[in-house]
Design a protein around this ligand. Sequence first.
Ligand code: PGA
Length: 254
Amino acid sequence: MNKKRKLIIAGNWKMNKTVAEGLALVSDLKIDLANVKEVDIVVCPPFTALESVSKAVLDSNLRLGAQNMSEHNFGAFTGEICAGMLKEFSVRYVILGHSERRQYQKESDALISKKALAVHGASLKPIVCVGELLAEREAGQTEKVLEKQVRGSLVGLNKDQMVETIIAYEPVWAIGTGKTATTQQAQDAHAFIRGLLGKLFGEAVAKKVRVQYGGSVKPSNARELMSQPDVDGALVGGASLEARSFADIVKNSI
Ligand code: PGA
């Protein structure tokens, strides 16, 4: 496949994997994916496994991501984790505004944009998640919702920061449900997002930004999704918990 933007495929382990389980998974992935150079491969363990996994991936082509981060750099914020703490473990990417956090922690676009600025302030790369609910899609509101989330979650970013930001389009109705968006639905949403980035940050920036698809990505649908012109990778939940399926997603995407 010949795309100008390098694919980025990230495994979001969510609240799964003890340290021992995480180490077993990455040890298999390191072997399975050792020869892959065409894709940026990222694993996003829970905070408790970051230290061990960071040591395990040090000599490999796997990169480390976190699943969330505070918008503050230090201080009295019980239970939060800041950028400096993630950097100790060579974290490079931080998932922000996942739909589960938007839903359960009530994260707003305004908060996500503050977090994105904090991520860039530490020279890390945010993976900013956006996506519509089923009811919103059925009501014909998909583009309206995406526009609000994209504009609101990226407030204050400059062009250089935007180029280093990854967007994950994840239709909420496709997450963990086994229902994948059709390749056309995915491509349409991605093209819409890129068009909007063009308006907000300029065409040259929009052309460089990688937009991942997320929502029931599997080895069987990865190739077709990745073949779409505006789909530049995947954010994988369930299928990233097993080495074989995550490795096959990566290999099938090349
Ligand atoms: P899923 O999750 O692959 O299990 O649908 C995707 C995500 O939430 O990022």
